[in-house]
Ligand binder design. Structure first.
Ligand code: NAD
Length: 356
């Protein structure tokens, strides 16, 4: 092992429960928080799941709001906060992926209502104090302890309905948190352990889920990976990979999880030049001695999209994307140069092997 001789570690008070069917304990968790009036949240396509949840909760569910949307538009948040006031909610139950979790966090930011999150993807937002919001097309990200959910219920039965293609891209989205966590400037021995265990969980269970999407043990293992990877995201700073995905999603409207899935091998290969020792666990888990290539091979085996051109990125926009990604300085193990970022993006656009 490589002992890290200097570090700081902050522990966070969050209650996490795992079990197939654990969503049915939401009522118990509401009472445990000292609450009795929950507003249940979801996206429009998951409205049925939210209604079932409200039924399950019974009298302690006082409303259902099903308009959560990608990147947490503030207009929808305003409507949800008003709804929470109208029904005199004293907590929220967010059931869904990162978009629904984001709405719960946005409500908590404005009202301090406690949150119970029941994730149905692997995005990991439930384990962080980070909130991205959009207003008039501008995305801003804040970190505030007020938005960190109090309770997370990981129910493998709920991710069974996640289509295999979304399962794979969402898993790679989660793995990206762990991969970048390995070389984070403010990493600590615990975040590194969590990142390694999270990557191992996906490496072992994702192929099983792809083969048998209803396998509850494999689904549970991937949710465990999502929790660990999300916790890493919540503990340490991210670098080039997240910056690139933020730019591509925010300025070119590319889909969140797919963008992460495609960019990850390229960003890791780029940084492996400066962080080869930190990235060793990736080679150990996924094979070979080039972590970017190993991740690309894993993604390809899982059937992930490999090219930005497949998900709507225009070749003509690559230069502007490189400008934006290299514009503001931020910490990254390998210095960020605009010409190299363009090379990275060109390979990711075409679906080629990583350029570095
Ligand atoms: P999402 O929540 O937008 O979900 C995508 C679609 O899949 C939605 O229509 C949703 O209803 C549907 N869906 C979700 N789970 C399903 C299931 N089990 N079965 C069937 N359909 C299901 O996607 P996401 O990738 O989970 O989240 C992306 C958002 O989360 C982005 O806005 C991103 O910025 C944010 N995010 C935030 C953080 C953070 O720490 N703040 C971390 C990760 C992601």
């Amino acid at each position: 092992m490589h002992f890290q001789p200097d570090f700081a570690f902050d522990s966070q008070a969050v209650r996490v429960r795992f079990a197939p069917g654990v969503r049915r304990c939401a009522g118990e968790e509401i009472a445990r928080l000292g609450c009795s009036r929950a507003l249940v949240l979801s996206t429009p396509p998951q409205a049925d799941t939210a209604l079932e949840m409200a039924q399950e909760i019974g009298d302690a569910a006082v409303g259902v709001f099903t308009k959560a949307a990608m990147h947490t538009p503030v207009a929808i948040t305003a409507e949800a906060v008003q709804h929470a006031r109208d029904v005199r909610a004293d907590c929220v139950v967010a059931i869904g992926g990162g978009s629904t979790t984001g709405l719960g966090k946005a409500i908590a930011l404005r009202s301090d209502l406690p949150q119970i999150v029941i994730p149905t993807t692997y995005a990991g937002s439930e384990a962080t104090a980070i909130l991205g919001q959009t207003e008039k097309g501008e995305k801003t990200t804040i970190t505030d302890p007020k938005v960190r959910p109090e309770v997370i219920l990981y129910d493998a039965e709920l991710v069974r309905s996640l289509p295999v293609s979304m399962t794979v891209t969402s898993a790679l989205n989660a793995m990206a948190h762990a991969a970048e966590g390995l070389y984070a400037q403010n990493r600590n021995p615990v975040s590194t352990l969590l990142a390694i265990e999270g990557l191992e969980a996906f490496a072992s269970a994702l192929p099983e889920v792809v083969k048998a999407p209803a396998d509850l043990v494999a689904r549970g293992t991937t949710l465990y990976g999502a929790w660990l990877c999300g916790t890493v995201l919540g503990q340490v700073g991210m670098a080039l990979h997240h910056k690139l995905c933020h730019t591509l999603g925010g300025s070119f409207d590319l889909p969140h999880a797919e963008t992460h899935a495609i960019v990850l091998p390229h960003a890791i290969a780029f940084n492996a030049r400066a962080a080869s020792r930190e990235l060793e666990p990736i080679s150990r888990i996924f094979g070979g001695n080039r972590p970017g290539t190993a991740l690309r091979e894993f993604a390809a085996r899982m059937g992930a999209p490999l090219a930005l051109k497949e998900i709507g990125m225009k070749q003509a926009d690559l230069a502007r994307a490189a400008d934006l990604a290299a514009a503001k300085p931020y910490w990254n193990p390998q210095p960020v140069r605009r010409d190299e970022i363009l090379k990275l993006l060109e390979a990711a656009w075409a679906g080629d092997e990583p350029a570095f």
